[in-house]
Design a binder for this molecule. Structure first.
Ligand code: FPP
Length: 243
């Protein structure tokens, strides 16, 4: 996107991405599915850096759902290794994070994830907590329903200890107890690979999000595709239920 193009549009503040199509990408090349996930992780790096350079403030990447544990153990193991390698690499390049101003945040259930991944993620979250150019939410062991349940349980505990009355519970209370507490809802959700489902992604936060679909498989997704999504978004007229 040129500077002139950028000046002519309103950039979304928050973009959600459902990274889909890695398996098909690998199959079409006669490769193991894990090779597709590796290629998908490279695309994630590229898109993440490009979005930060563009000036997007929040990106949420759906990397592993609460349902993905049902995949063959070999594939799950390969995906966990990709996360480990990425987290090690991200922790090792503090200088570059600093320069880019990336703040990392895990959204998803930590319990249920391998302990070493949680601790690498904690290190990355702590090490980047003071950065303020772009927040990168990594949705790992994430489910939208699970997240709402988590929020409801936290609210129920406040009702139980008497600090909140049932009649006083508001939508803001639910938002404030999600993993994305304090962040704006996604303006646009991108799903490549020709699928047209939300697949349990940001169910609460997506209430007014614009959807953008593409047939491109995630490993083939480029900064130009992100530009296309942003240009389309900027032409849409969001009414939030009004006229
Ligand atoms: C969906 O494609 C993809 C996943 C379940 C895994 C996504 C993980 C990555 C892209 C790695 C991300 C890495 C980091 C470092 C955050 P699919 O396997 O469902 O594809 P298919 O529909 O073609 O089978």
């Amino acid at each position: 996107m040129t500077q002139e193009e950028k000046n002519s549009i309103t950039l979304p503040k928050h973009i959600g991405v459902i990274m889909d199509g890695n398996g098909r990408w690998a199959k079409s090349r006669g490769l193991e599915r894990s090779e597709g996930h590796k290629a998908g992780a490279d695309t994630f790096r590229t898109i993440c850096n490009y979005a930060a350079d563009l000036g997007i403030e929040y990106m949420t990447f759906y990397a592993f759902s609460t349902e993905n544990w049902k995949r063959p153990p070999k594939e799950v193991k390969a995906i966990m290794k990709i996360f480990r390698d990425y987290l090690d690499e991200a922790n090792a390049r503090q200088g570059e994070n600093e320069q880019r101003g990336l703040k990392f945040h895990l959204i998803g259930e930590k319990s249920g994830l391998p302990g070493d991944i949680v601790s690498k993620m904690d290190t990355l979250e702590k090490g980047t907590s003071d950065k303020n150019v772009m927040t990168v939410n990594l949705a790992i062991n994430y489910g939208g329903r699970d997240e709402i349940l988590h929020s409801v349980k936290r609210i129920a505990a406040k009702v139980k200890d008497g600090s909140l009355k049932p009649g006083d519970i508001t939508e803001d209370d639910i938002s404030a107890n999600l993993f994305t507490a304090g962040q704006p809802d996604p303006d646009i959700i991108i799903r490549p690979s020709g699928e047209y489902r939300l697949s349990n992604f940001m169910l609460w936060q997506a209430a007014y999000s614009e959807f953008w679909y593409s047939d491109v498989l995630w490993p083939d997704f480029t900064p130009d595709d992100l530009d296309r999504a942003i240009f389309d978004y900027s032409r849409r007229n969001r009414r939030y239920g009004g006229v």
